[in-house]
Design a protein around this ligand. Structure first.
Ligand SMILES: Cc1cc2nc3c(=O)[nH]c(=O)nc-3n(C[C@H](O)[C@H](O)[C@H](O)COP(=O)(O)OP(=O)(O)OC[C@H]3O[C@@H](n4cnc5c(N)ncnc54)[C@H](O)[C@@H]3O)c2cc1C
Length: 373
């Protein structure tokens, strides 16, 4: 007889196996979606059909629940194939699961049911003036009939053009407060999205014009026990990009022949690749350790995820830059995946919290610097 834990592990492995199968198709399409800056809808629908949505929703909300280890692996696999799909998935699930959790005690299972039904969610948190500190909104929502009204903007909202619901935060009586918003005509898209990397996320600027933040869609504050989809997913996006960049580098080095020998036979390529591969393995291990702590309910997991994102973001850029060196001019062509991995790797360290903000957190912790002194 199997135990519930063994059953859960078996279910997770089956889910991961389905996602790995799908990922091969995502990888084949990634360059086209990137070139067109088009949201990969088919990939998102395929992940939903494969049971990913149900697995991401914690069991007490009607999902099947997923361990942090399995979640991290899932995002890594998808990100290696197409990091735009992984970013949209992370943001969608982060917003959907957060709204289901934050409104559970007041609204019941409304957002959980919408999430399970395949409705699309997006995170509208970043503001023009809060910089990277997306959990410290500066925009005040003013009391109005039925809730509060928001006049302002949210930026870089991944896949907002297809969202049925947005997770929005604003100040209510000076306190950062979360709301679910079904975008109506008061929410306008300012189409500025034309970036270097993660182009298929179409992370647009949204303008809110007296948008009603409904009182019944108001959420509670975040708790450390909530499923931390975004902090746990972001390192995996960079690790997936780095894995893809390393694979592209190795493929190029093996097939490019210079003066009768493959590039992979040159010692500088071997040494530089060894350095990149070992540092990438260390970044994976740091991430796995943080996920394990999270599954054990050890509060140290949060510091671990911060360190994991910092290292993953930096290593991804390093590996991708080495790819450009090894790729030479042919890797610099638009037809080569090498240049795309570099563009995508750069985006990882911009996404909040950026490596600069994380470095401040980690440095303060190591040096024992507190608010007091
Ligand atoms: C591909 C992509 C997808 C995204 N998706 C979403 C999404 O779905 N939802 C969402 O809400 N946001 C999203 N974002 C926004 C992102 O998470 C950041 O909040 C946003 O990029 C920060 O603003 P900024 O890029 O203008 O950088 P700025 O904040 O202007 O940063 C400029 C520089 O200042 C540094 N800096 C900023 N603040 C601080 C600080 N407090 N201390 C020290 N240094 C600081 C930064 O590290 C950076 O080096 C996305 C961003 C990208 C690139």
């Amino acid at each position: 007889m199997t135990t519930p834990l063994a059953d859960q592990a078996a279910d997770e492995q089956q889910l991961l196996s389905r996602v790995r199968d799908l990922a091969a198709g995502f990888a084949a399409e990634a360059a086209g979606y990137d070139e067109r800056a088009e949201i990969p809808l088919e990939a998102l629908d395929a992940l939903h059909a494969a049971g990913v949505t149900r697995a991401l929703l914690p069991a007490y909300l009607g999902g099947t629940g997923l361990s942090y280890r399995a979640y991290g692996e899932l995002v890594r696999v998808v990100a290696k194939a197409d990091p735009s799909v992984a970013t949209i998935l992370t943001m969608h699930a982060g917003a959907g699961v957060a709204l289901a959790e934050l409104t559970h005690d007041t609204l019941g299972d409304f957002f959980a049911q919408e999430f399970l039904a395949g409705k699309r969610f997006a995170n509208a948190l970043s503001e023009p003036t809060s910089g990277n500190r997306f959990l410290i909104p500066q925009q005040e929502a003013l009391a109005a009939e039925g809730g509060w009204r928001l006049d302002g903007a949210k930026r870089f909202v991944s896949a907002s053009e297809i969202a049925d619901y947005l997770l929005v935060n604003a100040l209510v009586d000076g306190v950062p407060t979360f709301f679910g918003v079904a975008p109506d005509e008061s929410v306008a898209i300012i189409p500025i999205w034309d970036t270097l990397g993660l182009r298929a996320t179409r992370s647009q600027l949204l303008s809110f014009n007296q948008t009603l933040l409904r009182a019944d869609y108001r959420g509670r504050a975040l708790l450390p026990t909530d499923f931390q989809i975004i902090p746990a997913g972001l390192p995996a996006i960079s690790l997936g990009v780095a894995d893809a960049a390393l694979a592209a580098l190795a493929d190029h080095a093996a097939t490019r022949v210079i003066l009768g020998a493959p590039l992979s036979h040159q010692q500088w390529v071997q040494h530089a690749t060894a350095d990149a591969a070992v540092r990438l393995a260390a970044a994976h291990a740091l991430y796995d350790q943080a996920l394990r702590l999270a599954d054990e309910g050890n509060p140290a997991y949060f510091g671990g995820l911060i360190q994991a994102k910092y290292l993953a973001n930096k290593v991804a850029v390093d590996v991708a830059q080495l790819g450009v060196r090894v790729g030479g001019a042919s890797g610099y062509l638009k037809t080569s995946p090498i240049q795309r991995h570099l563009r995508d790797a750069e985006a990882g360290q911009l996404m909040a919290y950026s490596t600069e903000v994380l470095a401040t957190e980690i440095g303060k912790q190591v040096l024992g610097v507190t608010e007091e002194g």
